[in-house]
Design a protein around this ligand. Structure first.
Ligand code: SF4
Length: 422
C-alpha cells in the first residue's frame, strides 16, 4: 500500500485547531501519517481564517505558498476563508479541493475518496496535549456588526452528545486531563437540540472520574448566557475551572449598540461583579475591540473604566478590522490605523498590569497545578492553575497530567509577554 504523508497548516481559532486535529485523526485511521523531516507531503491542508484583514492576507499567502511548493500534492483549502473567498480560490492553479468550514466534517471523506484510501485498522497516534480543546458547538446567528463568523460558519449547531463523549474518551485515553469546551459561540450549545452546557459538564464528570478528568474549562461565554446553575456548579464542583472568559468588546454603551451587542457597559460590570461574588476566586477575562467606527476618545475612556470596574484579570485586545460583508465595514467614521494602534497599545499596557496584579495575588496562596510540560533542555516543568496562572518548577516534580500542590515564591518573566509563577 502506498504511504501517504499529510501536512496541515492551521490559522486562526481553537475551533480550527480542533477541526485540523480531527482531520489528522480521521485520516490516520486510513494510514495517512503526519509529514516527517526529509519527506514531502502528498496531502497538504491549509485550514484558513478570515476574522481580520490580516488573517485573510495570511490565508492567501499560505494557500499560494502550498500550491507553489507542492505541485504534486493534493492541496486542500478549508476554514472560514474558503467559505468567504471561494471564487478567488477557484482562480488559483494548484488547489485541488476547497471546502468551507460549514462542510468541514465532509472533508476527511472527500480526501479518502479522491485518494482511494483504505482503512488501516489502526487508531491515530497523534499526541494529545494535557490541556485539549473539545469542540461541542459550531456556528453563530448573532451577526454582531463587526463579525464575519456567522457568514462563514453558518447557523449554530451543537455536536451530538454521543460524539462529544466519544471524542472526550479518545482524548482522555491519549493523555488529556483538562478538556476546554470550545465552540464558535459556546453559549449557543443546546440552542438547536434542547441540551444544555450545565448538563453536559455534569455528564462528563459523571462519565469520567477525577483521576481521568480532573478539569474542565469553558473557553468563552457571553455574560448574559451565564445562569445561576452554572455558577453553582462552578462553586460546588472543584473540577470545573474558576475561569470565565466574558467578551466585552467595548465599554461604551453607544458603541456596543452599534456593534449589535445586547448589553450596556453598566450591565457588563454588574454581571462581572455578581459572578465574582458568587464564585470566590473566579478569574475573569475579556476580549476587547478597539477602533470600532465612530469610537471617540470618550468611548475608549469608557472601555478603560469598564475594564477596571469589572475587575478583570486579563484582556485580549483586538484592533477593529473592516470585514466585507459585515455592517461595520460600511459604517461612517472608520478610524485611522494610528488611532487604532495607539488605543490597542494603551489597552495592552492595562492588560499587562491586570495580569501582573492577578499573578501577584497568587504568590502567597497554595496552588494546584496541572502539569503540562517537562522541558528537558531548561530542566523546567510547567503547568496551569484552574484560574489560568502559568507556573514553573523544577523538572520531574509531577508527572504529565498530574495535579500537584505548589506554593510560588517569585513572579518571573516567561516566554514573550507571558508571566510565570516560580
Ligand atoms: S462576535 Fe461572537 S456572538 Fe457576535 S457574531 Fe461573532 S461569533 Fe457571533
Amino acid at each position: 500500500m502506498k504511504s501517504h504523508y499529510l501536512a496541515v497548516e492551521t490559522l486562526g481559532c481553537r475551533v480550527n485547531q480542533y477541526d485540523s486535529d480531527s482531520l489528522v485523526d480521521e485520516l490516520g485511521r486510513f494510514g495517512v501519517q503526519p509529514v516527517q523531516t526529509g519527506i514531502d507531503p502528498d496531502i497538504v491542508v491549509i485550514n484558513t481564517c478570515s476574522v481580520t484583514q490580516k488573517s485573510d492576507k495570511k490565508s492567501r499567502q499560505s494557500i499560494r505558498r502550498a500550491a507553489r511548493k507542492y505541485p504534486g500534492a493534493l492541496v486542500v483549502v478549508t476554514g472560514c476563508f474558503a467559505d468567504l473567498e471561494a471564487e478567488w480560490i477557484k482562480t488559483l492553479d494548484g488547489v485541488d479541493i476547497a471546502l468551507g468550514s460549514q462542510s468541514s466534517s465532509d472533508l476527511p471523506g472527500l480526501i479518502i475518496e479522491v485518494l482511494n484510501l483504505e482503512q488501516s485498522g489502526k487508531e491515530s497516534l497523534r499526541p494529545v496535549a494535557v490541556r485539549s480543546d473539545l469542540k461541542v458547538q459550531e456556528g453563530c446567528d448573532e451577526f454582531c456588526s463587526y463579525c464575519v463568523v456567522p457568514f462563514a460558519r453558518g447557523e449554530p449547531r451543537s455536536m451530538p452528545l454521543t460524539r462529544i463523549i466519544k471524542d472526550a474518551e479518545r482524548f482522555i485515553d491519549s493523555g488529556a486531563r483538562e478538556l476546554v469546551l470550545t465552540g464558535t459561540h459556546l453559549g449557543k450549545y443546546g440552542s438547536d437540540n434542547g441540551d444544555n452546557l450545565v448538563d453536559l459538564i455534569g455528564g462528563l464528570f459523571e462519565r469520567f472520574d477525577e483521576e481521568r478528568l480532573p478539569r474542565v474549562r469553558l473557553s468563552s461565554l457571553e455574560q448574559g448566557e451565564i445562569g445561576r446553575d452554572l455558577l453553582e456548579l462552578m462553586c460546588g464542583e472543584s473540577r470545573l475551572c474558576r475561569h470565565l472568559h466574558l467578551p466585552l468588546q467595548s465599554g461604551s454603551s453607544s458603541v456596543l449598540k452599534r456593534m449589535g451587542r445586547r448589553y450596556s457597559g453598566d450591565e457588563y460590570v454588574e454581571s462581572a461583579k455578581a459572578f465574582a461574588a458568587e464564585v470566590p476566586g473566579v478569574m475573569l477575562a475579556a476580549d476587547v475591540i478597539v477602533g470600532f467606527p465612530g469610537e471617540t476618545d470618550e468611548d475608549f475612556a469608557q472601555t478603560v473604566e469598564v475594564v477596571k470596574a469589572a475587575e478583570l484579570s486579563r484582556l485580549h485586545v483586538f484592533k477593529f478590522s473592516a470585514r466585507t460583508p459585515t455592517a461595520a465595514s460600511k459604517m461612517a467614521g472608520q478610524l485611522s490605523q494610528e488611532v487604532i494602534s495607539a488605543r490597542a497599545e494603551a489597552l495592552s499596557e492595562i492588560d499587562m498590569s491586570l495580569r501582573r496584579a492577578h499573578y501577584r495575588s497568587a504568590l502567597k496562596r497554595p496552588l494546584r497545578v496541572l502539569v503540562e510540560e517537562h522541558d528537558l533542555e531548561t530542566q523546567v516543568t510547567s503547568g496551569m492553575t484552574d484560574d489560568y496562572l502559568r507556573c514553573e518548577f523544577p523538572l520531574n516534580v509531577g508527572d504529565l497530567g498530574e495535579t500537584v500542590d505548589f506554593q510560588a515564591t517569585t513572579l518571573g518573566p516567561g516566554r514573550g509577554r507571558e508571566l510565570v509563577l516560580q
